[in-house]
Design a protein around this ligand. Structure first.
Ligand code: ADP
Ligand code: ASP
Ligand code: MG
Length: 466
């Protein structure tokens, strides 16, 4: 025990596909139990694949009088029960099913309220969005106990303190660190393996919040950094961070080593394999991050570390398949810089993170690209024209586009990488609707017609022989 209390802490995060079925959970639990025999171990889990979408979709539908939430509750119950049946002994199963029913009860009650009120609120949706994580933490902790480790489900809502920006909450780091040190450090030192819900936090008044879609990765790196972990491993369904999404480019290769700076660019511009927010805490604390495939654990995966890379100009190509290119025009009274100030302030208020911004002073216009989910929240989901958005400017157009981004630490040098990108796109007849290079000199981002996106990704991938 004395040895374990001083052993390095390892954080293991399992994503939705790595927990998608009983045999996947069994492998993950065996792996985590093996880790716990050698060193202090903490697990962060996502919901089973598809559960978060199901919860949110049916909760939103409830507000329109659609009762599909009843079927959703049955489906959630059936999927988890089926997994529990093959994973757990009778006693563990009984205990787990009590927790499953408690979570489903919260979901059903919330949906009844949405139905009665005819609307949802961001706060109300956050109350149901992360219930999949609550259920999978209970299931995983039980599976760990079956595998001989001291698994204990831990609700991050009691540990991760956030502001009240529901749907995309900001973590209050000091308060969170205090709670983690007080409540989690003693557990791991005693050999307990906490199984923490990803994605989830709560305000100081205990209202549940979420940290943004796909943010269980961030929970893992945040907790790892605040508890001074030696390493954080993100277990997912691909061999690591690759030169492109393998679903678009079947010949994409695994990048064995990435810098934190490159990883942020990749993640922000569409490499869904890791959430961009997840890189920041690891970068600040210098904690090495690994991305590995739980379906092929023999592969070494990607290591994300500090330092520089001497690689070629373009390291990877990313894609955001559904984005909106929105153009605003200022009226005569508004100076271009005022237009930019108001528009960016307005986007910030809507919780949007523009992927690309292009300003044109002579026309007094500003164009920006937003991922579809954020465009929806900011009210840009449908093409609109001439709509008054705020005093002094109008939304001139909003069209659905795809965003392709070429990323590399040395993309600005030698000059010519950008020219090669444009030539490669021209060769396969992809028109470029807007383009921007990053001030960091690490990227070229281009908005292209949605139906040309895959061709654009493949053309750039081929051009730089990635
Ligand atoms: P998890 O459920 O484990 O969090 P995600 O679905 O969030 O997994 O992320 C993994 C997916 O990210 C992969 O299946 C892959 O299709 C996609 N992806 C997009 N870009 C990349 C990339 N550059 N490298 C690897 N995977 C990528
Ligand atoms: N389950 C959450 C989502 O689907 C968080 C995650 O998977 O990281 O967004
Ligand atoms: Mg993910």
């Amino acid at each position: 025990m004395a040895t374990r209390s001083r052993s390095p802490l390892h954080i293991l995060k399992f994503g939705g596909t790595s927990l998608g079925a009983a045999e996947r959970i069994a492998w993950a639990a065996r792996h985590a139990a093996g880790s716990a025999r050698r060193r202090r171990t903490l697990v962060v889990v996502s919901a089973m694949a598809g559960i978060t979408n199901l919860l949110l979709r049916s909760a939103r539908a409830a507000a329109t009088g659609d009762r599909s939430w009843r079927k959703a509750a049955d489906e959630i119950r059936a999927r988890h029960r089926k997994a529990a049946e093959s994973l757990l002994s009778a006693a563990e199963r009984k205990r787990f099913e009590r927790r499953l029913e408690a979570a489903i009860g919260i979901f059903e009650k919330s949906c009844e309220e949405f139905e009665a009120e005819g609307k949802t609120t961001a706060q109300g949706l956050d109350g149901v969005a992360s219930l999949g994580e609550v259920i999978s933490a209970a299931l995983f902790a039980a599976a760990l106990r079956e595998a001989g480790a001291r698994g204990r489900a831990v609700d991050a809502a009691e540990l991760i303190v956030t502001d009240d920006r529901f749907g995309d909450a900001n973590v209050l780091v000091e308060a969170t660190q205090k709670r983690l040190r007080e409540r989690i450090s003693p557990l791991v030192s005693r050999g307990v393996v906490p199984v923490m819900t990803g994605f989830r936090g709560a305000t100081i008044e205990s209202a549940p919040t979420t940290l943004g879609r796909g943010s269980s990765d961030y929970t893992a790196t945040l907790v790892g950094s605040l508890l001074c972990a030696a390493e954080i491993t993100i277990w997912t369904d691909v061999d690591g961070v690759m030169t492109a999404d393998p679903q678009i480019v079947p010949g994409a290769r695994v990048i064995s080593r990435l810098t934190y700076a490159e990883a942020i660019e990749l993640a922000f511009f569409g490499a869904k394999v890791i959430h961009w927010k997840a890189i920041l805490p690891a970068m600040q604390s210098g904690t090495p991050l690994r991305v590995r495939n739980s379906f092929r654990p023999s592969e070494a995966g990607t290591r994300i570390v500090s330092g520089a890379n001497g690689r070629a100009a373009v390291a990877a190509v990313t894609a955001v398949p559904r984005a909106h290119l929105v153009t605003l025009r200022g009226d005569g009274a508004l100076r271009p810089v005022e237009l930019a100030t108001r528009a960016l302030g307005w986007l910030d208020g809507a919780g949007a993170h523009p992927l690309l911004v292009v300003q044109s002073s002579p026309e007094n216009s500003l164009a920006f690209a937003l991922a579809h989910e954020e465009a929806t929240l900011a009210g840009f989901c449908h093409p609109i024209s001439g709509q008054q958005a705020s005093d002094g400017f109008v939304v001139h157009s909003s069209e659905e586009v795809g965003l392709v981004t070429a990323i590399g630490a040395r993309i600005g040098h030698p000059a010519g990488a950008a020219a090669r990108i444009f030539t490669a796109l021209e060769r396969c007849r992809v028109s470029v609707l807007a383009a921007a290079t990053g001030a960091s000199g690490q990227r070229v981002a281009l908005a292209v017609p949605q139906n040309s996106l895959s061709a654009a990704v493949r053309a750039i991938h081929r051009e730089f022989r990635l």
